[in-house]
Design a binder for this molecule. Structure first.
Ligand SMILES: *Cc1c(COP(=O)(O)O)cnc(C)c1O
Length: 377
C-alpha cells in the first residue's frame, strides 16, 4: 500500500530522543529552547515559542491580541477545523470566508466580503503549504486595524516574496504533526517579532507562571514562582524538541524532494482535460505539504469513486481539504455563500507524496489516475 504521507525519520531522531531521555531532563528544557532558537533563525522570525500543537499556538495568538466574546475572526472554512475552533476557544465568533480555486487560499476580496465592524483578526492559512498573498490581504485589513495571524501549520519551508514563511507577520503558528513537512510527533510553535508577545506566550503556555521551571532550575537559588494570570499547559517536551532539531536539519532536503515529485505529478497529470493541480502561486514557492488535484465536473468518475479505485490499486489517497462549515460542530453557524469552498472540498483529492516515495510508486499513482480519467497512459 502506498501511503498518502510518511514522515522521514531515521536513526538520528531515535538517537536524539534517547539522548534526551538519558539526560534526565524530559519535560520542557534546554532542547526546547534550542529548538525554538533554531526554528526562529531558520525562518527569520524574532522569537519562537514551542507549544504542544499548532492549535495551541493559534489559541495563544488570539489571547495575545486580547480577542474574546463579541469579536469576530475571519477564517477560511476550507481548512482543518482547528483554524475555526481557535476563535471559539477565546469566546469569539469565527466568520467563514471563501477561497480562490487556484490556490485554495483566502484572497483580499473574500476577506473583505467577510469583514464587519466587529472583525478583530483574520487567520490566514497557507493551505497545504501554498503561500497566501499576505501583503495583499494585509492591505485590506490594516486600514481597519484588523490583525493578521498566519496559520502556517503546513507551510514551514515555503517562501513568500523571497523570504521564508514565518517572518512576515507578528503572529505565525507552525505545526509539527506527522502529517506536516517536519515532525516532533505532536507539537507546534508560535513565531513572533514582538518580545512582549513572546514573553507572555511563554507564561501562558506554562500555567501563567512568571518564571519557567527551566529558569528556576538554572538559577541555583530558591526561586518562588508566581502565577500572574490563568494559563494553560501547552508545553512541548525536550524529547520532542530533540527530534525536531534533527528534523529541521532535513527540511531543505525534504522540500527539494517534494518539489521534484510535485513537478513529476504535474508532468504526468497536467494533460488530463480540465484538471487543476496544486502549484506555486504568483510571488510564492510552496513546500507541497500535500499534493491536491481538483477534478473537473466532466471527470468520468466522482471524487469518492476515484478514491475507492485508488485504494483498490493499493494507493491511499485522501479527500481534499475539509470545509468546516459543513461539519456538525458548525451546524447552524451562520455564514455567507462559500461556492469555491464547496467545489474545492467536494472535488479535490490528495495524492500520496512523501520523502521516500519512489518514482515507480509515483508512476503507479499517475497511471491509476489516468485510467480513471480515461486518457491514454
Ligand atoms: C494540521 C493543521 C492544524 C492543526 O495542527 P496541530 O499541530 O495538529 O494542532 C491547524 N491548521 C491547519 C491549516 C492544519 O493543516
Amino acid at each position: 500500500m502506498i501511503p498518502v504521507m510518511r514522515p522521514w525519520l531515521g536513526p538520528e531522531e531515535a538517537q536524539a530522543a534517547a539522548d534526551a531521555v538519558a539526560s534526565g531532563w524530559v519535560a520542557q528544557g534546554p532542547r526546547v529552547a534550542a529548538f525554538e532558537q533554531a526554528i526562529a533563525e531558520k525562518v527569520g522570525a524574532g522569537h519562537g515559542v514551542a507549544v504542544s500543537s499548532c492549535t495551541a499556538a493559534l489559541h495563544l495568538a488570539l489571547l495575545l491580541l486580547e480577542i474574546g466574546p463579541g469579536d469576530e475572526v475571519v477564517v477560511p472554512s476550507l481548512s482543518f477545523i482547528a483554524t475555526a475552533n481557535a476563535a471559539r476557544y477565546v469566546g469569539a465568533t469565527p466568520v467563514f470566508a471563501d477561497v480562490d480555486l487556484a490556490t485554495q487560499n483566502l484572497t483580499p476580496a473574500t476577506v473583505e466580503a467577510a469583514c464587519t465592524s466587529r472583525t478583530r483578526a483574520v487567520i490566514l492559512v497557507h493551505q497545504t503549504g501554498v503561500p497566501a498573498d499576505i501583503d495583499a490581504i494585509r492591505s485590506v485589513c490594516a486600514p481597519h486595524g484588523i490583525e493578521i495571524i498566519e496559520d502556517a501549520a503546513c507551510a514551514i519551508g515555503s517562501v513568500y516574496h523571497d523570504r521564508p514563511i514565518g517572518g512576515h507577520s507578528s503572529l505565525v503558528a507552525l505545526s509539527f504533526h506527522p502529517r506536516k513537512v517536519i515532525t516532533t510527533g505532536e507539537g507546534g510553535m508560535l513565531l513572533t517579532d514582538r518580545a512582549d508577545f513572546a514573553e507572555r506566550a511563554r507564561r501562558l503556555r506554562e500555567h501563567g507562571m512568571n518564571v519557567s521551571a527551566a529558569a528556576r532550575h538554572a538559577s541555583g537559588k530558591a526561586v518562588i514562582e508566581e502565577y500572574v494570570e490563568t494559563g494553560w499547559n501547552f508545553r512541548m517536551t525536550d524529547i520532542q524538541a530533540a527530534v525536531g532539531l534533527v528534523q529541521l536539519g532535513r527540511l531543505d532536503t525534504i522540500v527539494e524532494r517534494r518539489r521534484a515529485l510535485a513537478a513529476r505529478y504535474a508532468a504526468g497529470l497536467g494533460d488530463i482535460p480540465g484538471i487543476v493541480t496544486v502549484t506555486d502561486p504568483p510571488g510564492g514557492r510552496t513546500n507541497f505539504q500535500s499534493y491536491w488535484v481538483l477534478l473537473p465536473e466532466t471527470f468520468p468518475v466522482s471524487r469518492n469513486d476515484l478514491l475507492a479505485r485508488l485504494l483498490a490499486d493499493g494507493i491511499s489517497g485522501r479527500r481534499g481539504i475539509m470545509a468546516s462549515h459543513l461539519e456538525p460542530a458548525y451546524a447552524g453557524h451562520p455564514h455567507g455563500p462559500l461556492p469555491a469552498t464547496e467545489i474545492a472540498t467536494n472535488r479535490s483529492l490528495i495524492l500520496p507524496l512523501f520523502h521516500q516515495m519512489t518514482e515507480t510508486e509515483q508512476d503507479h499513482v499517475i497511471a491509476a489516475v489516468r485510467r480513471a480519467a480515461a486518457v491514454a497512459a
